[in-house]
Write a protein of this length. Structure first.
Length: 255
């Protein structure tokens, strides 16, 4: 039942993305002029929430545009109705619906669906991760210097001694091939699928990373905060790797 609802909710959200993609829709901004929210974000969110509420009216919901919708069960759905809104608004088909399910503080299920590449990533705790129903696994890369690394940048400049610019510079000075897709959920799934060896980002929200976190872990990878401590969706820094290069990656990111 939980799984069916998760699949139906992802499907409902993605229908909205497909409907508006490359068409006309309202766009407004949030924290600054480049932090966008579109009509499609809001309608995707409404469609997802409707599916979840129809089956589980007492579950908590935490979703990017509406925030927290209280419930009284031990379950919480963590929703990003479009991850990669800037891509979406520009007609770049690297965006997705990301939905995770947390139970008693533990992530138990996650789905990330990019309807434009027809890629549905899914994981259930203890049962592995899949891409379009086929098992996926992280890469076997052993060295950060030979890795393909993906990252993302916050909408507002993060001025700290070991901020996004400084860390990025460290990697490109050493010639590491760096990528920036514009969707943290897809970044994480592509680590899970072995396309990237590592991902880091300084400042994410729960809805950006919750589903992708479980998908990476269930694909055999490792996800922590910047200190190497356990991942929590409610703290900003995240490092996800194939596990083999995790300790080395922590040193690169922390200087
Ligand atoms: C953003 C994307 C992006 C990341 C930003 C996020 P949004 O989410 O995941 O890759 O760099 O930090 O805010 O706003 O497109 O849902
Ligand atoms: Ca997001
Ligand atoms: Ca979003
Ligand atoms: Ca956003």
């Amino acid at each position: 039942m939980l799984r069916t609802t998760l699949l139906e909710a992802s499907e409902a959200g993605s229908r909205i993305l497909k409907h508006y993609f490359n068409g006309t829709f309202e766009v407004s901004h949030k924290s600054n002029i480049n932090d966008l929210v579109t009509q499609a974000d809001k309608e995707s969110e409404a469609a997802i929430v409707e599916v979840i509420r129809a089956s589980f009216p007492d579950h908590h919901i935490l979703s990017e545009e509406v925030g927290a919708l209280p419930g009284n069960a031990s379950y919480k759905w963590i929703i990003d109705p479009i991850d990669g809104t800037v891509n979406f608004a520009n007609g770049i088909p690297l965006c997705c619906v990301s939905i995770a399910l947390e139970k008693d503080g533990q992530m138990i299920m996650g789905a990330v669906y990019n309807p434009f590449l027809h890629e549905f990533f899914f994981a259930e705790r203890g049962k592995g991760a899949t891409l379009n129903d086929r098992p996926i696994h992280v890469s076997a890369q052993k060295e950060v210097a030979r890795s393909c690394v993906v990252t993302g940048f916050p909408y507002t400049y993060l001025d700290s001694p070991n901020g996004p610019l400084q860390v990025f510079e460290r990697f490109i000075r050493r010639g590491v091939p760096m990528r920036r897709l514009g969707s943290a959920a897809i970044d994480l799934c592509w680590v899970a699928a072995g396309r990237f060896d590592a991902f880091y980002e300084h400042k994410l929200q729960a809805w950006d990373s919750a589903a992708g976190f479980l998908i990476v872990e269930e694909a055999g990878g490792r996800v922590t905060d910047f200190t190497g401590g356990p991942y929590s969706p409610y703290q900003p820094g995240i490092i996800a790797t194939n596990g083999i290069i995790h300790e080395e990656m922590l040193r690169w990111v922390n200087g």
